[in-house]
Ligand binder design. Structure first.
Ligand code: NAP
Ligand code: MG
Length: 503
């Protein structure tokens, strides 16, 4: 199939963008090199995408540096208005963006329509409104002085994102950075660049000045590394694996750039004996199986009170087995393929890891038998009971539709299991006991805790982790703090200062 056939088959109306976006224009890589992006439903190529190298990152940084003075001094309300316009354009292009994201990543179309696209628009809208409301302070200091703070943008920032929510992550990273007056060089993941390039196109349409946002798809080891090392960037914000996060910290040391890290997780999802089981079963399935489990906040450790474990699993296992796998572009599909075959193999390898340590596979554990899905990156919803919370499948992030079941006797053991990894990102608990809910919310080591729910996100609510899950927060006022630096200004209004060196 040639590209126009692929576009037609996917229901796309506008051409798929496949060049770098630098200084307001779509351009080829300096080297002329490209990299194919694949459709994970059948591993067929979609389009060859320009592959940025260090020279392209240099060009993008130079463009962002040129754009910075005017963008940072633009009245905040005007910056906000452009972000609001972007939100409107995203909504107007919902179907197009949803289909493109589904094609490139394997997310079910219905999730893209209901979640990825609306959440992306909501994030630009929230920070569009925030732009002229985030302000400094006046500080009551000693007599005769006025002291106030300015919240200044950091400068040109690098942003590197993974493939699991490529569209949504453009907004989480770019919206607050732009609202605060920074300019941007962003590298999407090499396997999912298409919606990021579409967003760049919509930004230009919304009136974003050239050079404010530059999009440089390419390899992590080259383009990503060049961003992390670049002396012209004042900050790098990264979402991805803990291993790469550590590499970014090292690469950032050259010019001591500010670093913000959103890394992996191994979310505990605890079901107490007093929980509403119907809600907990449904919510726990959503916690792990949404987006094929490819979520840093996934509830990947299902921690059940031993008295309700059998009753819970009697409902949970058939529900998992009933999830409709299929072509993500089919609106009835509830679970699509994983985003790459390499990742599919990695997820499946954890079934052996589980068995080697005495784990029991309660559901799934393989690629589906359906011949229509045989050439894609599919994995059945998989439930594994681990022998111990110290086992690898209860400690390591699998990042797929793979949940590890553990049981506990009492609250103390539940907390020990919940806090028994080096991660600390999302956590959930299901209980009708108010005291227990608040006690666990206080005692769990995590950046986000959901009670009688799981995986809620909102542009106003801070998102991020502790420990090996990284540092810094996206969303809300915290994101604006991350993308600004404080300047303290002292004015001598009428202070009479006795001379230090009276002569
Ligand atoms: P990854 O390998 O760390 O890749 C993430 C991004 O970093 C990609 O764009 C990648 O480029 C780039 N990269 C790779 N090596 C680099 C280097 N040396 N310097 C600079 N950039 C480099 O992670 P992934 O496997 O794609 O994504 C899954 C991980 O992300 C999971 O661990 C998940 O938990 C985490 N995640 C965290 C959050 C959060 O908010 N905490 C959210 C979502 C995902 P390539 O595309 O070329 O690999
Ligand atoms: Mg792809």
């Amino acid at each position: 199939m040639d590209l126009s056939d692929i576009q037609k088959a996917a229901g796309l109306r506008s051409p798929i963008r496949s060049q770098l976006f630098i200084d307001g224009r779509f351009v080829d890589a300096a080297s002329g090199e490209t990299l194919p992006t694949l459709n994970p439903h059948d591993n067929s190529p979609i389009v060859d995408v320009a592959m940025a190298g260090a020279a392209d990152v240099d060009r993008a940084v130079a463009a962002a540096q040129r754009a910075f003075p005017a963008w940072s001094r633009m009245p905040a309300a005007d910056r906000g208005r452009i972000l609001l316009k972007i939100a409107d354009l995203i909504e107007a292009n919902t179907e197009e963006l949803a289909r493109l994201e589904s094609l490139d990543t394997g997310h079910p179309l219905r999730d893209c329509r209901m979640l990825d696209v609306p959440r992306t628009a909501a994030c630009y809208r929230y920070f569009g409104g925030m732009a002229d409301k985030f302000q400094g302070e006046t500080i009551p200091v000693e007599a005769g002085f006025l002291n106030y703070t300015l919240r200044e943008p950091i400068g040109v920032v690098g942003q590197v994102v993974p493939w699991n929510f490529p569209l949504m992550f453009t907004s989480w990273k770019m919206a607050p950075a732009l609202a605060a007056g920074n300019t941007i060089v962003m590298k999407p993941a090499e396997i999912t660049p298409l919606t990021s390039l579409k967003i760049a196109e919509l930004m230009a349409e919304a009136g974003m000045p050239a050079g404010v946002v530059n999009m440089v798809p390419g390899l992590g080891a080259t383009a990503g590394q060049a961003i992390a090392e670049h002396p012209g960037l004042a900050k790098i914000a990264f979402t991805g694996s803990t291993a790469t996060g550590k590499r970014i910290v090292q690469a950032s040391a050259g010019n001591l750039k500010k670093v913000q890290l959103e890394l992996g997780g191994k979310g505990p999802n605890i079901v107490f004996e007093d929980a509403n089981l119907v809600a907990a079963v449904n919510g726990s399935a959503w916690a792990i199986f949404h987006n094929q489990g490819q979520a840093c906040i996934a509830g990947s450790r299902l921690v059940l009170h031993e008295r309700i474990a059998d009753a819970f699993l009697a409902e949970f296992i058939p529900l998992a087995r009933s999830i409709r796998l299929g072509n993500p572009l089919d609106a009835a599909t509830e679970m699509g393929p994983l985003t790459s075959s390499q990742h599919q193999q990695r997820v499946l390898s954890y079934v052996d890891v589980a068995r080697e340590q005495g784990g029991e596979v309660l559901a799934g554990g393989r690629a589906p038998a359906d011949p229509a899905l045989a050439s894609g990156c599919y994995v059945e919803p998989t439930i594994v009971r681990a022998a111990s919370w110290r086992d690898r499948v209860a400690q390591e992030e699998v990042f797929g539709p793979f949940v590890t079941v553990l049981t506990f006797k009492d609250d103390a053991e539940a907390l020990q299991i919940a806090n028994g990894t080096d991660y600390g990102l999302g956590a959930g608990l299901w209980t009708s006991n108010l005291q227990r809910a608040h006690r666990f919310a206080r005692d769990i080591q995590a950046g986000m805790v959901w009670v009688n729910s799981y995986k809620r996100v909102n542009p106003g609510s801070p998102f991020g982790g502790t420990g090996l899950s990284g540092y810094g927060r996206e969303m809300g006022f915290d994101a604006m703090r991350e993308y600004t630096q404080v300047k303290s200004v002292w004015i001598n209004v009428d202070a009479r200062i006795a001379p230090h060196y009276a002569r």
